[in-house]
Every structure is written in structure tokens, then in C-alpha cells.
Design a protein around this ligand. Structure first.
Ligand code: ATR
Length: 511
């Protein structure tokens, strides 16, 4: 039984998870349907993907309808609305009419074909749909009213999001209508993903999912296993808090995996989404009203977010960059858990190596990019001597000048004396795992070596450092620590660190 207690209207109507089946033959569709778990409440048979035509298609459909194990939607989308059916319109409508005689629960028909289709046999309800594959038109409400007035039992709008800012109007439409009229509204494309998941928060009639990666019937559809396994779709309700990562690009971020797993582990009613953002100010304004409680912020928005906060902590103010936003009682707090976590990891390793206090130690920071800058600002004034070595020497010198550190080129490293070595370049990162930013000959027993690279978990640098008798700190631990600190900042609860580390390990091994 899904969602015990979800029937009360306070949390809104239950949103079905609909798996769209795009198999090329009816037998495969039938097999796919029977292989689905119970939480896939409904399936859509995309007749336009079937290679069988005419009588063969009807007979395939008949056998699926007769052995169905959950409600069925029949759809035959024409090419002009983004589907695969390229035959004459009369043939398509005839197929839908005949399909309806086998007793599917729903037939999906486009707004411009609904009157031509005519009446359906009793018991089969009508989803009237509107698609726009180009953009999100501003007149969504007008379109919705036309769809709803066209004899729809369920009104459906699917529009392309070109920017994350196209998605709030779609969520607002669901919020206005889904409680009183069965409504499907979604944004297609990568930017539209939040609407597919938050459909459940606003009581949409359903949200579509694909059978497997690459098998979707529309751009941006998420595989059903991910909808449930990653986003816990069946547990999302009106009360669910929203978190996410703000980035561009965002597709490869590991943050949704790590944070959703953490929320699941402690049983928190929260979901964490990828937000592909171009305008952070407008994004914050638009999503705060959708119960946004916290954000991870990454490239390229770490600096731009700072002036958008009501308050930032001392480290964030000093660095001028944040990675964490917490929204509480309508106020925005900015903090920087990645720098704090890096400093904590360094202190921990320095304690093990007997190198505390840091004020008496010399640190060599390799790299002066985004990660290098952040750690350099964090370390400034905390170590006795800070040297920044960068391939492009002027960039290292510029950073060093800002914080009162020294600068040099990579070839100067062998002549330097230091206790702590920190790599913030991407050298050694997968797939170039045989590379290392510094020669093993500079590594001495008792040094602390910290590598910001987390894929692979043990880089060549860390492996050589371990062999040389150094105390090592890994980018993997750093990544998990900054995420755990975000979780604690947002929730005030201890982070389920072991589970979070396990998720990152799993994801890294998949890659
Ligand atoms: P991030 O935000 O992850 O720090 P970045 O801002 O692109 O990424 O910075 C990359 C850092 O790695 C820079 O210090 C870069 O050196 P340059 O300033 O000379 O570009 C350094 N880096 C990248 N590839 C490198 C390589 N093959 N050898 C040495 N340094 C490298």
C-alpha cells in the first residue's frame, strides 16, 4: 500500500508514477509492464513506437489490455506533437478508437484532435494534452483552460523549459488546479526535472518516468527506478521540504545522490533536486515559495550568491564565495562548508602527524583555480607560511598578493621546504590517474598531503605520499565532510556520514 495516511486533503491527492513504454513490439511492452514494481501505478502504451501496424498493432494492444496488471493509458502521438506516428490522421484516430474498445483506463488525445476523435466507450477516460517542444508559452493558464474545457477528464500540459525559470509557472499551475481537476503539468528538458519530481508535491494526476535510461518518450524523463530510488517520489507530499544543488552544468553532480540518501537514512520529509541555474537571484526568488529550505552551490555561482544572502558567516565573508544556502523563516544564510571541511581535514591530519599548531608550519598549495582560491583564503593567517605554486605563475602570484602569501612556479617546488602539501589542481583525476602534480621525491615522512581530487579515491599523489610515510587526507573524505556539514547546517541533526560515504563510493565505482 502506498503512502499510508496520504488520503487526507491537507497533503493533497496522491500522484501516480506513470511508466511510459516505448517498446517496438507489443510482446515487449507486455513483458515490460509485468516486470514493473507496484509503485509504478500506471503505464502508458505508446502505440506510435510500435513497429506493428494495423491489425497486428490492435491485436498486441488487445492482449496487453486483457492481461493488464495496473491502469493503462493509450497514446499514439503524431510527429507534429513530438511523437513517432507519421501516417494519416484518420488512421491514427481510428487506431485510438479501436484501442478504446479493449477497455484501457485512459486514452490520451491532443487538444487539436479531441473533437475529431469523438466519444469514447464508457469507462475509458480522456486525457486531453497540449505539447510545446520549443518553449514555455507565457499564456499557460489560457491554454490550460482550453484543454480543461475540451471534454478532458484529465488536463495535460507538457512544455519545454529552456531555463529553470520556466518551471515555477508550471508548478504554480499545478498548485492552482490539481486539487480540483485531475491535472498533469510538466516541463520537458534537463531544466524541467524539478517539475517531474515536485508534481507529487502539488498533487498532479501523474508524473511520467521512463523504463530505463535512454528509453524515455520525452526529453528529461527520469527512469522510474531513479524517481523512486533517488527522489523517493511515492513519499513526496505537500509538506515535503525542497533542497537542491545550484550549478551549471548540473547533470553529473553527485550531490542529489548523497543528500537524498542522507534524508532517506534519517527519515526526513525532504527531497533534493538538481537545479541548472543561469540567474541565481531570480531562481531564489522563484523557488523560495516552493518550500525551498537549503541549497548546495557550485560552479559558477559561488561568488554571485554571496550578495543575495541576508547574512553570511565570517569565513564566507572573508572568502567572498559560499557553497551552502540555508533558508529559514524567510531569511537566507550563506556559509562555506567546503572550506571549513578542508580546514578540518587538514587540522585532523596535522594532529595525527604531530604538526599542530598550524601557525608554526609551512604549507604549499598547488593550484590557483576555484578550489585553490577557496582553500588559500581559508588557510591565510592560519599557517606560518603559505606558498602558492601554479602552472600559470601570474595567476598564483595574483592570488598570493590578495592574501599576503608567497608564489612560485611548479618547477620551483623541489627547492622548497614545507610541512603540508595541498593539491587543488585536477592533475591525477580520472581518467588521467597515472599523473601527479608533484614528484614523489619531494615527499618526506611526517608531511601532511591533502589531495582535493576525489576520483579516484586514492590518487597517485596520495599513494606515493602513503608510501613515503606522509599522513594523507583525501578529496573523497573532503567531499563527504562538506556534504555532511551542509546536512547538519540545514537540519540541525547529526549527518548519517557512513551512508553518505557509501553513496559516493558506489557512484564513483559506477563511473
Ligand atoms: P577548480 O575550480 O576545480 O579549481 P579551475 O578553476 O579550472 O578548477 O583551476 C584549475 C587549476 O588546476 C588551476 O590552478 C590550473 O592551473 P592554471 O592556472 O595554470 O590553469 C591547474 N591545472 C589544471 N591542469 C593542470 C595541469 N595539467 N598541470 C598543472 N596545473 C594544472
Amino acid at each position: 500500500m502506498r503512502r499510508p495516511g496520504r488520503a487526507d486533503m491537507e497533503v493533497g491527492p496522491v500522484t501516480r508514477l506513470c511508466v511510459s513504454l516505448t517498446e517496438a513490439c507489443g510482446a515487449d511492452m507486455l513483458r515490460a509492464m509485468h516486470g514493473l514494481p507496484r509503485y509504478a501505478d500506471i503505464v502508458e502504451l505508446r502505440l506510435d513506437y510500435l513497429q506493428e501496424q494495423g491489425a497486428a498493432a490492435r491485436s498486441a494492444l488487445q492482449s496487453i489490455c486483457h492481461s493488464k496488471d495496473r491502469p493503462i493509458i493509450v497514446t499514439c502521438r503524431p510527429a507534429r506533437e513530438g511523437g513517432r506516428f507519421e501516417g494519416p490522421e484518420a488512421e491514427r484516430l481510428d487506431l485510438l478508437r479501436r484501442a478504446a474498445t479493449h477497455g484501457p483506463d485512459y486514452v490520451d488525445v491532443e487538444l487539436d484532435s479531441v473533437s475529431a476523435l469523438g466519444a469514447l466507450p464508457g469507462g475509458t477516460r480522456r486525457i486531453v494534452s497540449y505539447h510545446n517542444f520549443e518553449r514555455t508559452p507565457p499564456e499557460l493558464e489560457d491554454i490550460y483552460r482550453r484543454v480543461a474545457a475540451a471534454g478532458a477528464d484529465v488536463a495535460k500540459l507538457a512544455v519545454r523549459a529552456l531555463d529553470i525559470l520556466d518551471t515555477p509557472p508550471v508548478l504554480a499551475l499545478l498548485e492552482r488546479h490539481a486539487a480540483s481537476m485531475p491535472t498533469i503539468a510538466l516541463s520537458m528538458g534537463e531544466e524541467g526535472l524539478p517539475t517531474r519530481v515536485l508534481a507529487a508535491k502539488y498533487g498532479a494526476f501523474l508524473s511520467y518516468a521512463s523504463l530505463a535510461p535512454g528509453k524515455g518518450s520525452a526529453d528529461g524523463q527520469v527512469p522510474y527506478e531513479e524517481m523512486e530510488g533517488l527522489y523517493r517520489f511515492s513519499r513526496i507530499s505537500r509538506r515535503t521540504s525542497v533542497y537542491g544543488v545550484v550549478a551549471n552544468p548540473v547533470a553529473h553532480s553527485m550531490s542529489p545522490a548523497i543528500h537524498n540518501a542522507a534524508f532517506a537514512e534519517v527519515g526526513l520529509d525532504a527531497v533534493y533536486l538538481p537545479f541548472k541555474v543561469t540567474d541565481p537571484a531570480a531562481f531564489l526568488d522563484a523557488y523560495e515559495r516552493h518550500d525551498l529550505r537549503g541549497l548546495s552551490v557550485t560552479i559558477p555561482h559561488k561568488e554571485a550568491m554571496v550578495p543575495l544572502m541576508d547574512e553570511v558567516d565570517e569565513l564566507t565573508a572573508r572568502i567572498g564565495a559560499l557553497n551552502t544556502v540555508t533558508v529559514r523563516n524567510g531569511r537566507r544564510y550563506g556559509s562555506n562548508t567546503d572550506v571549513a571541511a578542508a580546514l578540518a581535514a587538514l587540522e585532523h591530519a596535522a594532529r595525527q602527524a604531530g604538526l599542530l599548531p598550524l601557525e608554526r608550519r609551512a604549507a604549499l598549495l598547488v593550484g590557483a583555480g576555484g578550489a585553490g582560491r577557496a582553500i588559500a583564503y581559508g588557510l591565510a593567517g592560519r599557517v606560518g607560511r603559505l606558498i602558492i605554486a601554479n602552472r600559470t605563475v601570474w595567476r598564483g602570484r595574483k592570488l598570493a598578493g590578495e592574501i599576503g602569501a608567497e608564489a612560485c612556479g611548479l618547477h620551483d617546488i623541489p627547492a622548497l621546504s614545507f610541512d603540508i602539501l595541498i593539491n587543488t589542481t585536477s592533475v591525477g583525476m580520472h581518467p588521467n590517474t597515472d599523473e601527479t602534480p608533484v614528484a614523489a621525491s619531494v615527499l618526506r615522512p611526517g608531511m601532511v598531503v591533502f589531495d582535493a581530487v576525489y576520483n579516484p579515491i586514492e590518487t597517485r599523489l596520495l599513494c606515493e605520499a602513503r608510501q613515503a610515510g606522509c599522513v594523507t587526507a583525501s578529496g573523497f573524505e573532503w567531499f563527504v565532510s562538506q556534504a555532511a556539514a551542509q546536512f547538519e547546517t540545514w537540519t540541525g541533526m547529526p549527518a548519517p556520514r557512513a551512508r553518505m560515504a557509501e553513496v559516493v563510493r558506489e557512484r564513483l565505482s559506477l563511473r
